[in-house]
Design a protein around this ligand. Structure first.
Ligand code: BDP
Length: 652
């Protein structure tokens, strides 16, 4: 038996004595379903004949279910799960389990995923470290070798399959020395062990690759995507990988970004780079995921003409339609970098003829390092439901992902993962909710953040309704709370450089990364209008551009992202900018104090380890929230010279 926290797969179904009938006895996924049945229905006890129930699995031809959907029908004591593939049956089985585990009535349902690609990107290095990882070491690697903890990987695969994840890349997008060799023969048997486990749960394995591999490990003098030798190199690599791992997913590539090599070195475009990989992988049905996080990370802070927010659009919009069918562009949800509040990247709605996926971040790089409570579902919902207003009508991101991709099966969602060797996977017990929420939301875009959190709570704990509501309230307010005590109104950053945890207001202000707030004695914010600013707002459809350009319509929570404003500017809320900064920073800390008080009341109902875990981390959250409050308030009091109208203490 595994020693890991089984998260939302904790409960055993015991109320009925279920039997199963399974048709495709030999497939690996059928074996998985039987194994899952044995674990999740382990407590089935002797019961009356009238309480016995049967689960029938059947493979059907039913176009409306697609490859991954399922239908569940219920009559008397028979539950029938039907799907066109064993993968669909696996998803149906988990659905049945989660309904029973929540004591919900079993109802007839047809369920088809809203997004085709539902992916996790690990940023794991072979030395065992994880870039932006906050929950212990890598589950895959240690000491520049494979960790070979297959039980952990199997447990991990179960968690993701149960919420519908179907693709995982296992290594960092910044591909260092050892990881560059992952594509080579010497490492393929080990990659295959991992891929086989994932595959038995319906998950495809991808590798992040180094664009400069032909030079680094291929003995070539160039990595030029138009060079014949380079193309031969990648063709041979692909052939080798697919010989070892026939259902391998493909490559994830970060190129020409933050020091990573790329096609620009050779005067080539990103279409040339991506299509080179596409050609190598195409004969095997493989897939290239090409990241759009391309920007100048060595800019001069004195040069006001460069705006990092513009970069993804400026680099990729002109390439729309120029990518091969097995290329998918991966675009971060916001134009800068996973800040707590950013507008949605204008490439969504901008791209019309290119496969693309939206990139989220589960790991809490800028959102509290899994020491602070930050339930991410509202951030993701906001992005998926964002109305681009392209063509002057409603055009939501969640629909455009498929509609504007040439091949809808090559569109969807990816997210940077957050797990490590910590026993509870995520370091903070409550942040398991983000894993669950990510999978559920990828599958069903219309679920609300609240519904998902309720499901997660019901599956993960045995709480009274009163207690569950308390935890729910903490989760649902957590993003705003964090936003309140950190950088105000969409300005972002103000974090400790490199670490990205805790306040450092001018940490990046005179640095090369392009993440400036421009605060002086008169005001703060970045003028990104298309009237007299950087022009970023002009990358949106007309209505959005007008909305962001105009202070009368620009939403308060993004106003400093788009405008440079005096501290006396009056927001839509009726408060001045400076008073908003003071009020939210006091309020943010007060909320954390309330969380602490609420949590203490839960000691009877929470398992001891989980109770202690959250209690301890809340103290840390409180410590850092106070730091944020005091540094931000002091900074702006000194800059503006305007006192808090409520007369609260600010360190002047
Ligand atoms: C930034 C991280 C950096 C990643 C980069 C990326 O700070 O560690 O390598 O994103 O997405 O947020 O490639």
């Amino acid at each position: 038996m595994s020693t890991r926290d089984t998260c939302w797969l904790n409960k055993k179904i015991a109320n009925k004595h279920y039997q199963t009938y399974y048709l495709a006895e030999k497939s690996p996924l059928a074996t998985t379903i039987r194994a899952e049945f044995a674990v999740l229905f382990a407590n089935a006890s002797e019961v009356d004949e009238k309480d016995k129930a049967t689960i029938v699995f059947e493979r059907v031809l039913n176009a409306k279910l697609g490859v991954e959907g399922f239908e569940m029908t219920v009559s008397e004591n028979v539950v029938t799960l039907s799907a066109t593939s064993d993968k669909g049956l696996l998803y149906g089985f988990y659905h049945l389990y989660t309904q029973l585990a929540q004591d919900k009535a079993i109802q007839t349902i047809v369920s088809v995923p809203d997004q085709a690609i539902r992916m996790i990107n690990h940023w794991d290095n072979m030395d065992g470290s994880i870039e932006r990882g906050y929950a212990g070491e890598s589950i895959y690697f240690k000491d520049n070798k494979f960790r070979r903890d297959f039980e952990t990987i199997r447990d991990y695969a179960r968690l993701w399959a149960s919420v519908g994840i179907n693709a995982i890349s296992i290594n960092n997008v910044n591909v260092h020395k050892y990881e560059t060799r992952l594509i080579l023969e010497e490492n393929l048997p080990e990659v295959k062990y991992i891929a086989d486990i994932f595959s038995s749960y319906g998950i495809k394995t991808y590798l992040s690759v180094n664009f400069a591999s032909p030079k680094i490990v291929g003995g070539l003098t160039t990595s030029d995507p138009l060079d014949e030798g380079v193309n031969d190199f990648w063709a041979a690599i692909a052939k080798n990988i697919y010989r070892a791992i026939p259902d391998f997913g493909g490559f994830v590539v970060k190129a020409d970004s933050e020091g990573e090599p790329g096609p620009f070195t050779y005067g080539r475009g990103h279409d040339d780079g991506a299509n080179m990989f596409a050609r190598a992988l195409a004969p095997f049905g493989g897939h290239v995921i090409w990241r759009c996080f391309v920007y100048d990370c060595a800019q001069d802070w004195r040069d006001r003409s460069i705006d990092r927010a513009r970069a993804a659009y400026d680099h990729f919009i002109g390439l729309d339609g120029k990518f091969d069918d097995n290329v998918t562009l991966q675009i971060k949800l916001g134009p800068i970098d996973f800040q707590t509040r950013e507008p949605v990247t204008p490439l969504f709605g901008g791209l019309k003829k290119t496969n693309h996926i939206i990139e989220f971040q589960i790991t809490q790089e800028y959102t509290g390092h899994q020491k602070h409570i930050y339930y991410l579902a509202p951030v993701w919902k906001e992005a998926l439901d964002f109305d681009t207003k392209v063509n002057e009508k409603e055009n939501l991101v969640k629909n455009l992902l498929k509609e504007n991709s040439v091949i809808s099966e090559r569109s969807g969602i990816a997210a940077v993962g957050s797990v490590g060797m910590d026993k509870n996977w995520t370091h903070h017990k409550l942040m398991q909710s983000n894993l669950f929420a990510y999978g559920r939301l990828c599958w069903s875009n219309q679920l609300t953040s609240k519904e998902i959190a309720e499901e997660w709570l019901a599956l993960s704990f045995d709480l009274s309704q009163e207690a569950a509501e308390k935890v729910l309230a903490i989760l649902l307010t957590s993003r705003e709370t964090y936003e309140f005590y950190t950088a105000p109104l969409g300005i972002g950053f103000m974090v400790k450089p490199h670490l990205h945890y805790g306040p450092d207001i001018d940490g990046y202000e005179y640095d090369r990364w392009g993440t400036y707030h421009f605060a002086d004695r008169n005001g703060i914010g970045v003028n990104r209008t298309s009237i007299d600013g950087t022009g970023y707002a002009g990358q949106y459809a007309k209505q959005r551009e007008a909305e962001y350009n105009d202070l009368a319509t620009c939403p308060d929570n993004l106003v400093l992202f788009f405008h440079h404003l005096p501290y006396t500017h009056v927001l839509h809320s009726g408060k001045t900018l400076i008073q908003h900064i003071y009020d939210t920073h006091f309020e943010g800390v007060a909320r954390v104090e309330n969380y602490i008080a609420t949590w203490d009341v839960l000691s009877e109902e929470m398992p001891a380890a989980d109770f202690e875990n959250v209690k301890t981390l809340l103290q840390e959250q409180h410590r850092v929230a106070k730091d944020w409050r005091d540094q931000v308030n002091t900074y702006f009091l000194r800059k503006s010279g305007i006192a808090d109208e409520k007369g609260r203490h600010i360190y002047a």
